[in-house]
Design a protein around this ligand. Structure first.
Ligand SMILES: Cc1cc2nc3c(=O)[nH]c(=O)nc-3n(C[C@H](O)[C@H](O)[C@H](O)COP(=O)(O)OP(=O)(O)OC[C@H]3O[C@@H](n4cnc5c(N)ncnc54)[C@H](O)[C@@H]3O)c2cc1C
Length: 468
């Protein structure tokens, strides 16, 4: 790969973004345009992103044109799929927000058990296309997270302890580089880029398409168990111990949820604080029942675990769909001993007064996630026992302020057991080096310095443009 020559800055206007007008068949919205305020809204609608322009290219060629023109205008380019994780981007005043929603192609090759998706594809569409051939993808808990953003950042879903991270199952990446070139990175081409893109996020180019492995998981045994929050101490104690010893076939999460009083929520749950364990076990169904027995023995008031259609698993967790304003915090946890459970319940339990209405959530790691993938890229494993994520609604400024305080208090209470970050779930600025092994971080920085020395691209979690 060659690095680009330094281009002279665009000198045609005091508003450099004007030079992008007419690109993408007119789907470029400059600050002040009528459509700008709709075009700039991310999925996390609490984040008020105000870029110099928003571009909606419909092809790799249009992506290359936006990149080249933005560079000439002296603007940076931030790739964005859905905007599930826009907060760490910060100020976008000199940035073109390149949104990929118009690039929606999905193809499945059942013979090679792979899928190819264009940059704007959401998980639900990829999962449904794979299901037509009785194949499953390593999607996450949300149907409308973007495949590309999720995959570049790692990707943990309901099969994660069995297969590992989705990033480790990416087989090829098509992207537009800082030179404006369209390249393909795979095991035989652009091998440094291919390594960096699998876990290194959106720092190395604008991904226009991704290819990845699909899997035959049969009908996973999936569902949820629900208890009243009064049982939270014993459920947390049992689940955290159980989570460390279950076979790789099982992947689950535990959440403490304050259920809103909404008509669409079952009446018996409205307004209550509950504990939910959900997830999936792949393989033999009798074995799955036995694996889950230590949890079902605790007598959940609801237990929906049963053989499931793989395409239904994107909605198992009931993640919110469509624009959702919220604030969140996260950390990886090396462990969660009894004192950690007490600390969590003191800030997020039923009587804590917390506003964490969306959830305080632990995800079970280990299994294949903890075994370094021999050729998996920049993030070959996720090392730790759990990820922790908590979120609160930010429907207005007061709710956002109160939620942010609860989030900080909750993540802070778990600090003694925290170890590093999982960047997909880090929705504010963190030190990104904490997500990688030191040698992987050094290699990521060296590759960024080589392919984007001027820092044209702005990722939500930035790898610096200087080697360390
Ligand atoms: C409700 C919810 C549920 C979630 N569930 C899970 C889960 O189960 N497992 C999990 O691992 N994560 C999960 N996440 C985290 C999610 O994977 C990350 O937020 C991910 O970055 C989202 O990707 P996106 O493209 O949808 O978001 P965006 O905000 O659009 O993108 C995030 C970043 O990805 C990069 N990026 C996106 N598109 C491109 C592109 N075409 N080229 C280059 N870079 C690009 C950019 O750096 C961008 O800043 C969840 C998040 C939410 C809010």
């Amino acid at each position: 790969m060659t690095t680009h020559p330094t281009l002279p800055p665009y000198a045609g206007s005091t508003r450099p973004a004007e030079s992008l007008r007419g690109l993408c068949g007119g789907a470029v919205h400059v600050a002040g345009d009528p459509a700008y305020d709709v075009a700039r809204v991310p999925w996390n609608a609490a984040v008020d992103q105000r870029p110099a322009a928003v571009a909606y290219p419909a092809s790799a060629r249009e992506v290359a044109e936006v990149v080249t023109c933005a560079r000439r205008a002296g603007l940076r380019v931030a790739p964005q799929g859905t905007g599930h994780n826009p907060r760490p981007l910060g100020s976008l005043g000199d940035v073109v927000l390149l949104r990929t929603a118009a690039m929606q192609g999905v193809t499945v090759d059942p013979a090679s058990r792979t899928a190819r998706v264009e940059a704007g594809v959401l998980w639900q569409d990829a999962v449904e296309a794979a299901a037509e051939y009785d194949l499953a993808a390593l999607h996450g808990s949300s149907p409308d997270v973007g495949v590309v953003g999720y995959s570049l950042g790692g990707g943990i879903g309901w099969y994660a302890r069995h297969f590992g991270l989705q990033a480790n199952h990416v087989t090829a990446v098509e992207l537009v580089t800082a030179d404006g070139d369209q390249v393909r990175a795979d095991a035989d081409h652009e091998t440094d880029l291919f390594w960096a893109l699998r876990g290194g996020g959106g720092n190395f180019g604008i991904v226009t398409a991704l290819e990845f492995d699909l899997h035959d998981v049969g009908r996973p045994y999936a569902g949820m168990m629900v208890w009243d929050a009064a049982h939270a101490p014993e459920v947390l104690d049992r689940w955290t111990r159980w989570a460390g010893h279950t076979p790789d076939e099982a992947t689950t999460a535990l959440r403490i949820v304050s259920v809103p009083e909404l008509p669409e929520v079952p009446e018996s749950l409205r307004g209550r604080t509950i504990v939910v364990v959900d997830g999936a076990v792949v393989g033999d169904h009798d074995d799955a029942v036995a694996v889950l027995a230590p949890l079902s023995e605790l007598g959940p008031e609801i237990n929906t675990f049963a053989p499931a259609d793989p395409a239904s698993l994107t909605r198992l967790h009931m993640d919110p769909e469509g624009p959702t304003p919220f604030v969140s915090g996260s950390t990886m946890l090396a462990e969660l001993p009894a004192e950690g459970i007490d600390a969590l319940l003191s800030v997020a339990g039923a009587r804590s007064g917390s506003s964490l209405r969306l959830a305080a959530e632990l995800r079970q790691l280990g299994g294949a996630l903890d075994r370094p993938h021999p050729d998996g890229g920049a993030m070959p494993r996720l090392h730790g026992q759990f990820t922790f994520f908590c979120g609160a609604p930010a429907t207005d400024i007061d709710a956002g302020t109160r939620g942010a305080a609860d989030v900080a208090r909750t993540v802070g209470a778990l600090a003694p057991w925290a170890r590093g970050n999982y960047l997909n779930l880090a929705e504010k600025r963190v030190d990104p080096s904490t997500a990688y092994e030191p040698d992987a971080w050094a290699r990521l920085c060296a590759i960024r310095a080589s392919v984007d020395p001027d820092g044209l691209f702005l990722a939500n979690h930035e790898v610096p443009t200087v080697a360390v």
